[in-house]
Design a binder for this molecule. Structure first.
Ligand code: NDP
Length: 246
């Protein structure tokens, strides 16, 4: 009997950047589980269209993540690739930030990767191979206004990446892929990019003079999960058209 195709898991994998990452992993020959949180109909439609396996889980809820991980391991096997992509923004001036705004962003963007990676890493280690890619954000390195909760979560995710890379080496590589402004519905709405003056203002700050595409991020993911990055772990890869240049 031939071995099944390798398995990949992508959180928030049925729309936005996560969908592009899931699709790329399918193209690279992975059976790909795309975790979604809320809209079952939309998630199932995306999964059917792109050959994904849709599984519901709220990454902010440890019990929900544990159940999903158990289901994945039992029904589909051990992942070779885990992409912690699910994330939310609740941007507000610091003095207006509620406790709920703080916790929802930290719970999703930082605790989510903790819950799911801890649930899947033992099997990945036992399998003797694997790679984890955490999706960060430039705000985790460079401060911006009204993003205290998001910045804290994404900065934490970067250091989480490095410490985890130490602990899971040499078997499982762990890296942080950091998109710059990437054209998703969420970003277009938030930055009003459909309005020419707003788009022009944003473009003037990006040396490559375009907003990143979700395929730009998938290209970087392809490198990080592939053999060409076999000696790369605990690193950040920033894909932002040169906007910040750290
Ligand atoms: P979207 O808002 O388009 O998609 C977010 C995804 O995360 C959705 O699939 C959503 O699932 C999922 N999600 C959110 N909360 C949870 C949860 N509690 N449990 C499970 N899934 C959840 O965002 P983007 O595609 O723009 O962003 C993807 C990642 O990239 C995020 O981590 C973001 O911080 C990061 N990023 C994005 C940038 C950009 O310019 N777009 C720039 C820098 C970083 P559902 O549809 O079910 O709600």
């Amino acid at each position: 009997m031939t071995d099944p195709a390798p398995l990949a898991v992508v959180t928030g994998g049925t729309r936005g950047i996560g969908l592009a990452l899931s699709r790329r992993l399918v193209r690279l020959g992975h059976r790909t589980v795309a975790l979604y949180r809320s809209d079952k109909e939309a998630a199932r439609a995306a999964a059917d269209e792109h050959g994904l396996i849709a599984v519901q889980a709220d990454v902010a809820d440890r019990r929900s993540v544990r159940e999903a991980a158990r289901h994945i391991l039992t029904e589909h096997g051990t992942p070779r690739v885990l992409v912690n992509n699910a994330g939310i923004n609740i941007d507000r001036p610091f003095l207006d930030l509620t406790e709920s705004d703080w916790h929802r962003v930290l719970d999703t963007n930082l605790s989510g990767p903790f819950h799911l990676t801890q649930a899947l890493a033992p099997a990945m280690l036992a399998a003797g191979d694997g790679t984890v890619v955490n999706i960060g954000a430039t705000t985790g390195i460079r401060p911006r206004l009204n993003g205290v909760n998001y910045a804290a979560a994404k900065a934490g995710l970067l250091q989480f990446t490095k410490c985890l890379a130490l602990e899971l080496a040499p078997t499982v590589r762990v890296n942080c892929l950091i998109p710059g402004m990437t054209e998703t519905e969420e970003l277009i709405t938030r930055f009003r990019l459909n309005e020419p003056q707003h788009r022009a203002a944003v473009l003037s700050e990006i040396p490559q003079r375009r907003i990143g595409s979700t395929d730009d991020i998938a290209d970087a993911l392809e490198y990080l999960v592939g053999p060409l990055s076999g000696y790369v772990t605990g690193q950040k890869l920033i894909v932002d058209g040169g906007q910040f240049m750290w």
